[in-house]
Design a protein around this ligand. Sequence first.
Ligand SMILES: C[S@@+](CC[C@H](N)C(=O)[O-])C[C@H]1O[C@@H](n2cnc3c(N)ncnc32)[C@H](O)[C@@H]1O
Length: 271
Amino acid sequence: MNKTTLSDDVINAPEHPSTLSNGTDTTATAKGIEWDTYGPLLDIQAGLTPDYWENVDVLIEQAKRAFPNYETAELSICDIGAGTGNFTRAMANVFKKSTIVHLEPNKNMNAIAQTKFSDDGLTNVEIVGKDFFSYTWTENQWDIVICVNALYMLSPQVETLAKIHRSIRPGGFFYVVDFGREQDASQWFWYFLKNALKGINTKKYIQSIPKWPQMAAQAREGGKTQVDGAWWTHETEEFGLALEAAGFAVSNLEACYCGFADRAICRPAAP
Ligand SMILES: C[S@@+](CC[C@H](N)C(=O)[O-])C[C@H]1O[C@@H](n2cnc3c(N)ncnc32)[C@H](O)[C@@H]1O
């Protein structure tokens, strides 16, 4: 596998941190997702999607395997684009002696996350209200870096991945899940309906109905932003190539999240 087979949008994408950190790109026709109001919708969607929680479970399983002393380990962990805190929260409850930086620029997302951390009595989470580009990344800073469904906005991804790669200590790993395929609201709603008919999350499904117009509108905007090319789209193989091009040794590369996203576990490859 080599870097030359990566698509141009990964290699040559212009850096546009400020335009995308709040989901708004003034140069593109699509507006992107409105992160200011999206937090509650994200949690409703997560509540209807067992595959979302599978991504949490895979992270925890991998982290426990990499650090069997997880109860006492004093690690530095960063969750990039941490949203409403579901991944940070799960890690903080397992790695009680470690510090988990919840890196998320949106204050409404952070308010929702803070409520969850307080509910669990967590004192090992630091909420940092910055975006990826204004945060200072240094070498060998982290034992674990998590980035779930945010990398597609952090262009150019090759540079972003190189920064993350340098920041991970030997023995650590990068857990990444990324929306690669175009968002299609109708497919999500079929998936929710099929589950509900099987008795999976049926009550939550019914409760979510009033929010469907907002959820569908946000999914449509996300899809348009992907089609515009402002958000990186990829197939699983290209995703793996981009991670390898940044110097990672990639394992467990697979499609996930109802086939819309890709997931990988990445270690800094030996020099
Ligand atoms: C789809 S949500 C994913 C949230 C969380 N990781 C999860 O999976 O539940 C994407 C998040 O990335 C954040 N975000 C957008 N631009 C960002 C940037 N430049 N740096 C860091 N986070 C960013 C958004 O505010 C949003 O909370």
